[in-house]
Every structure is written in structure tokens, then in C-alpha cells.
Ligand binder design. Structure first.
Ligand code: AMP
Length: 504
């Protein structure tokens, strides 16, 4: 048996000298070097006692070494467990206690705080900084690159990624070799990635988007990645002339649009711009295409499922939609209460099934059982609809649904109406406890600075197009919406901030 994922991603290119990772102002690493370093990582980990099936948890800054670490863990037959670099040691305590990794790799600057946590849970602490320094690479540097990949089948676990968990505790999504390989294969073809591609990579690599979508697709295609430590619009513009594609979260696109040096001349020659992880406003889609001539290709996925749907490469990339189910992925919309499958245009919960979908949450069989239907479909928790043409639209997370006076109010419908008004940059609609209505529809609005804007300027026009029960009872102006690192608006934070405004 081979090592299913490793052999697919690197096998054929293990002696290519072509650059795979190019860190602007930093090191470059070829496919051959990546294979060699992954071998050294696997040798070093094995020497530390890591066995097939063991977890290796990693909270490290983005670097070429961190990519070699991911692949080395897979080659060693172990399970890669990346963690958000923003987590504090006390949060790390939960993850390490839950996943019980054999090795925990942390940033050298946090070593003192992390050591007792690692010791408490029986993990060995190693360190890795963004420049490759730390104890781990001291061991890796002297280890042998010749390490026969540990045989792993399609159903063996390759990674555990914890969900961002805005309600309750994070859950570890168990992802198999096949979950990752199938998605990489499908996306490479769907988005036409080839060895001629150069990807602008400015996403974090502890999340499925930057880690699996970007890296696995690029590896499989034999493409090159320009690898930024973080997103910075000017740096992206500077490197764009030698790139062909970009993957980003919506905030990358809004920031590029407000950067004067980002012009049609710079963006025009690119092949493809892809967006995901949070909703891209239809307005941003339009502004981007007006400026650059490119229709951003929006896709939809989640930690548990990898990518589920995408707008087409050829054909109409419709702003405000997430396109069609990917080949091999079954996607349906069902009633959240009865599970009955709904027809075109009806709003319900999105459910998916396919080789991309995870097998369950790490050591949480009850949670896993709750989120799968008897016929194997995973209940995503996203509310959406499929239109007559087959395009999927997401109207929000189920937990963001507002129920006011017993009626369902879908935030996106109201947000779109508000966003269309002159003087509005963006908005978020939330439900806040209300004595009469259960929840009061509440709009939090960011002005675009072009004019004075009062509550009446918003309430007036939307009165004509929205039924009374959907109209916001209060409109609150803020300078910006709270977002997480993937650009998702944190509605739980807003609900918390405004929970007392109706005195309920
Ligand atoms: P994560 O597990 O962090 O990748 O978050 C997954 C969630 O992000 C999904 O369940 C959706 O709610 C949201 N999401 C991802 N892509 C999109 C998109 N293109 N449009 C709207 N929401 C999205």
C-alpha cells in the first residue's frame, strides 16, 4: 500500500527542481527540496516516537518550513493538527487535552507558557518560528531525508482541524486522506490549475482554505505559490505581474479595491480570482469586474466538508451565489425540522454528501450523530436555496436566523436591501432578545462616508420592500463590523454587544 495523499501530492514531482514556494524577500523551495525536507521531518518525528495515527499539533507562523512539516507529518503516517496562531495558551490547553498529540509544535516566544500544558497532556514540546528557527528544525536539519512513506489508505486520517466554534466548544473535524485528495483533484480540474500557474497565497495555513485548497491544489498541479506571511494589498499588487491566480477571503477583495495602485493594468493579465470562506457581497463582485474585467469565482466550503460548490470556470459566475455542487458532491436543501428535501427556490438547511465530507468529530460520537442524516448527508447548518438554474445561494448560518414574532427572518435578504442604499458600506442583521417578539430584528450598519446617513434614511426606503415583521426595530451605526481572521462577520459578538438594547 502507498501513502495515499502524500504520493498523490508529491510522488510524481519529488525530483523536480521547479520552485514550489517563493517567499517574497525570503527563501524559495523546490518540489525536490520540499520532498527532502518532508522526509527529514518524518525521520525526526519518528525518532521522537511519533507513530502512525499519532497527532502532531502545530501552532506555528506561516513559513515554507511549516508546509514541509504538514507534508512530513502525512508522510510519517501521522495526523496533522494545525491550530490558529491567535489561540492563547489557555485555549491551547483545551485542544491539546482533547486531541492528545504526541508532539506539540509551538512558537519559541510562547515556549515557557506552553511547556506545562504539553507536559500535563503528555505531549513533547518542540518549537518553530516563522524564520524556521527553533528546536524542531535543529532536529530536522540533521535527520535523514530518506524516509519511506508510511503506507496509508484512503480512509486513514490525514488531519484534524478544529472548527472555529463561535458557539460552544470547538470540535475536531477528522479528515481522511481521501477527503483531501478527492477535493484537490476536483478543484484542480474545475479551476483549470496547471504547472503554468503562479498562485498569490496570502491566507493563513491553519485553516482549510489556505492549507488544503491552496496548497494541495497547487502541489497537485505542479504550480508555484508566492507565499506571503499575511495579506497586505500593496505587496499583492507588487507581485501580481508574475502571478496568474489568487485565492482570497472577501476582505482581500474589498481591500484591493480601495488600493489606488490596484488597477486594470495590474489585474487584467491574471487568469483567475477565487473567493470563499465568507460571503462576497454582490456589490464587491460587480465593482471588481467593473475595475478589472474579471468576474470573481466564488466557492463554498467548510472545515468539515472541504469545498462543496463553486461557480463555473466557463459560464456565468453569478455574484451573490456560490455556484453549482462540485463533481462528485451531492448537495440538497432540506427542511431543518423534518429533513424533507425542498424544491427549487425554497430556503432550508444545506446538506452535503461525497468523498469530501469528513467522517466525524474527534471523540464526539454524539455530536457527529446529530449532524448526519440517516442516509449519510451532513447537515451543514448553513441556510440556503438552489435556484431553477442550479445555482446555490447561502442566506446565512442557521444559528444566525432571526425568529421574530414566530416568523423566520433571513438576515441576508435585509442586509442586501440595506447594502444597496446610498451611503451604506455594509451591514449585519441580527436577532436580539425582545420581550414581545422573542427576537427583535436589529441592523448594524457601516456608513461609506459619502453622506450623512440617519436611521430614517434606511428605515424609509426598506419599508416599501419588506414586510413589517422583517423590518429592523433598531438601526445601529458602527465604524466597522467585527470579523475573524477569515473575514467572517462575528454575529455572535454583535448579539452579545447589543443583547440588552430592547431591555428584554
Ligand atoms: P470554516 O469551517 O471556518 O471554513 O467556515 C465554514 C462556513 O463559512 C460555512 O459553513 C459558511 O457558513 C461560511 N462560508 C464559506 N464559504 C462561504 C461563501 N462563499 N459564502 C458564504 N458563506 C461561506
Amino acid at each position: 500500500m502507498s501513502n495515499h495523499l502524500y504520493d498523490l501530492l508529491i510522488g510524481a514531482r519529488s525530483d523536480e527542481d521547479k520552485t514550489f514556494i517563493d517567499v517574497p524577500g525570503g527563501r524559495t523551495i523546490s518540489f525536490r527540496q520540499l520532498h527532502a525536507e518532508a522526509g527529514q521531518v518524518a525521520s525526526a518525528l519518528a525518532a521522537m516516537g511519533v507513530e502512525p495515527g499519532d497527532r502532531v499539533a502545530v501552532q506555528a507562523e506561516k513559513s515554507a518550513e511549516a508546509v514541509a512539516l504538514y507534508l512530513g507529518v502525512v508522510r510519517a503516517g501521522a495526523i496533522f493538527l494545525p491550530l490558529n496562531t491567535a489561540y492563547t495558551p489557555s485555549e491551547i490547553d483545551y485542544f491539546v487535552g482533547n486531541a492528545r498529540p504526541r508532539v506539540f509544535v509551538g512558537d519559541p516566544s510562547k515556549a515557557e507558557a506552553l511547556r506545562p500544558i504539553a507536559e500535563k497532556h503528555g505531549a513533547r514540546l518542540e518549537t518553530l518560528a516563522g524564520d524556521g528557527s527553533g528546536t524542531l528544525w535543529q532536529a530536522v536539519g540533521t535527520a535523514s531525508p530518506d524516509f519511506a512513506a508510511v503506507p496509508r489508505g484512503e480512509d486513514d486520517l490525514a488531519a484534524i482541524l478544529y472548527t472555529s466554534g463561535t458557539t460552544g466548544r470547538s470540535k475536531g473535524a477528522m479528515l481522511s486522506h481521501r477527503n483531501l485528495s478527492s477535493n484537490a483533484e476536483v478543484l484542480k480540474d474545475y479551476w483549470r490549475f496547471t504547472a503554468d500557474d503562479v498562485l498569490l497565497h496570502a491566507l493563513p495555513i491553519y485553516h482549510s482554505h489556505g492549507l488544503f485548497v491552496a496548497i494541495n491544489v497547487s502541489l497537485l498541479a505542479g504550480a508555484t505559490m508566492i507565499f506571503f506571511a499575511k495579506f497586505e494589498a500593496e505587496a499583492m499588487v507588487r507581485e501580481m505581474p508574475r502571478a496568474t491566480t489568487m485565492m482570497g477571503v472577501p476582505t482581500f477583495y474589498t481591500r484591493l479595491l480601495s488600493t489606488p495602485s490596484f488597477t486594470r493594468e495590474v489585474a487584467g493579465p491574471m487568469r483567475l480570482f477565487i473567493s470563499g470562506s465568507a460571503p462576497l457581497l454582490a456589490e464587491t463582485h460587480k465593482q471588481f469586474s467593473d475595475l478589472t474585467g474579471h468576474a470573481i469565482l466564488e466557492r463554498y466550503g467548510m472545515t468539515e466538508t472541504n469545498m462543496n460548490s463553486s461557480n463555473p470556470y466557463d459560464g456565468d459566475r453569478r455574484g451573490g451565489t456560490v455556484g453549482f455542487p462540485l463533481p462528485g458532491v451531492e448537495l440538497r436543501v432540506a427542511s431543518p425540522d423534518t429533513g424533507e428535501v425542498l424544491g427549487a427556490g425554497e430556503i432550508g438547511v444545506i446538506e452535503v454528501k461525497g468523498p469530501n465530507v469528513f467522517s466525524g468529530y474527534w471523540q464526539m460520537p454524539e455530536k457527529t450523530a446529530e449532524e448526519f442524516r440517516a442516509d449519510g448527508f451532513f447537515i451543514t447548518g448553513d441556510l440556503g436555496k438552489i435556484d431553477e438554474d442550479g445555482y446555490v445561494t447561502i442566506v446565512g448560518r442557521g444559528k444566525d436566523l432571526v425568529i421574530s414574532g414566530g416568523f423566520n427572518v433571513y438576515p441576508k435578504e435585509i442586509e442586501e436591501k440595506i447594502d444597496d442604499l446610498p451611503g451604506v458600506l455594509e451591514s449585519a442583521v441580527i436577532g436580539v432578545p425582545h420581550a414581545d417578539f422573542g427576537e427583535g430584528v436589529t441592523a448594524v450598519v457601516v456608513r461609506d462616508g459619502s453622506r450623512d446617513l440617519t436611521e430614517d434614511d434606511i428605515a424609509g426606503p426598506i419599508r416599501e420592500s419588506l414586510a413589517a415583521f422583517k423590518r429592523p426595530k433598531k438601526i445601529i451605526f458602527v465604524d466597522e463590523l467585527p470579523r475573524n481572521t477569515m473575514g467572517k462577520v462575528q454575529k455572535n459578538v454583535l448579539r452579545d454587544t447589543y443583547r440588552d438594547i430592547y431591555g428584554a
